[in-house]
Design a protein around this ligand. Structure first.
Ligand SMILES: Cc1ncc(COP(=O)(O)O)c(C=O)c1O
Length: 356
């Protein structure tokens, strides 16, 4: 069958997204979704956009009003903002806009597994730089000349926040290459690199409304950077799909960005639940990586991650596990509601008693 596929397509190894079960019987702690619903203002804005009959018209291709709201919220100019169909799309456009097939880029060996997929898709070579034993990022290899740098901060799947001075030093070290900082999880307490945008024309920060603003289903992400980088993203976007963000998404995202109070409240609840769950897990004999994200990366001293993954699934709880070097004895557990985390902890206690 693959004879009909292009040679390029035949060689692709796509990203495997976390499971989205068809029935609702699971406690879903496997894809870092927010356990709380989106802001009522977002839902109201979507309903209004649906009711006004305008869906027959194409959306604003440059998301003008939404960009203004994001810019105001982050203290940058609207010309320094680019909006796309989820941050995965924004990242993909950025790989195409800023990296070359003849200059290897660098990212960590343990990081978001979409980066090698994007790189392979565009034929961009890459070097995976090992994190240290505690999954901290060594800054020196990222300060050497290379075709570009991609950093997730906080990192995924570890949840670890980067040292801010290291981040700045990496951006500053080679002004001739773009440093892409993926801040998908920035809303849960880490320090954003957006404050550096004015000073470094080679810095692009990518964020999403999927996590902190509970809108994974709406697909809205954005980049913040120097006008020149934003112009490159628009050039690639308009060579691919001029209208990636539909009318409902633009309306809902605007409502969510404007509802700062709701955002702060839900994010705070998640951060409190994160501390509670981390503490409980440590008492059960887990090593819990310091997390500035809405998930915990954990490894048990006695029971293997795979056993716990399977046992949790049989008991209706989904978490994420990778059969990969260095991390195959770890689970990544999304922080759900306090009730979800109580059930998780009770089930883990049962499994640990069973297997140890
Ligand atoms: C590190 C990281 N970056 C980007 C994304 C993509 O998020 P979205 O496309 O929903 O904005 C994710 C999703 O889980 C992620 O973990």
């Amino acid at each position: 069958m693959k004879e009909l596929w292009s040679r390029h397509c035949r060689e692709l190894v796509p990203y495997t997204p976390g499971e989205q079960p068809k029935d609702g019987h699971f406690i879903k702690l496997n894809t870092n979704e927010n356990p709380y619903p989106p802001s009522p203002l977002a839902v109201k804005a979507i309903r209004e956009a649906l009711g006004d009959g305008a869906l027959r018209l194409y959306p604003d291709p440059s998301c003008t009003v939404l960009r203004q709201a994001i810019a105001q919220e982050l203290g940058v100019d609207p010309e320094q903002v680019f909006v796309g169909n989820g941050s995965d799309e924004v990242l993909s456009l950025a790989f195409s806009a800023f990296f070359e097939p003849d200059r290897p880029i660098r990212f960590a060996d343990v990081t978001y597994s979409f980066y090698p997929v994007f790189a392979d898709f565009y034929g961009i070579p890459y070097e995976e730089i090992p994190l240290d034993e505690s999954f901290a990022l060594p800054r020196a290899p990222f300060m050497e000349p290379c075709g570009g740098v991609v950093l997730a901060n906080p990192n995924a799947p570890t949840g670890k926040e980067m040292d801010f001075c290291d981040l700045r030093a990496i951006v500053e070290s080679c002004p001739d290459r773009v440093v892409l900082v993926d801040e998908a999880y920035i809303d849960f307490g880490a320090r954003s690199a957006v404050e550096l945008i004015g000073r470094y024309p080679n810095l692009l920060v990518v964020q999403t409304l999927s996590k902190g603003r509970s809108l994974a289903g709406l697909r809205v992400g954005f980049a913040v950077g120097n006008e020149n980088l934003i112009a490159a993203l628009n050039t690639v976007k308009d060579s691919f799909n001029s209208y990636p963000v539909d009318r409902l998404a633009q309306a809902g995202a605007l409502g969510a960005i404007q509802d700062v109070e709701y955002f702060r409240c839900t994010v705070n609840k998640i951060m409190n639940t994160r501390s509670y769950a981390a503490n409980e897990l440590e008492h059960m004999g887990f090593y819990v990586c310091d997390s500035a994200a809405n998930f915990l990366f954990v490894s048990h001293e006695k029971v293997s991650a795979k056993k716990l993954l399977d046992g949790l699934r049989e008991r209706g709880i989904l978490v994420r596990w990778w059969d990969k070097p260095r991390i195959s004895n770890y689970l990544r557990i999304t922080v759900g509601t306090e009730e979800d985390m109580k059930k998780l902890c009770a089930t883990l206690r049962e499994l640990i008693a069973l297997h140890s």
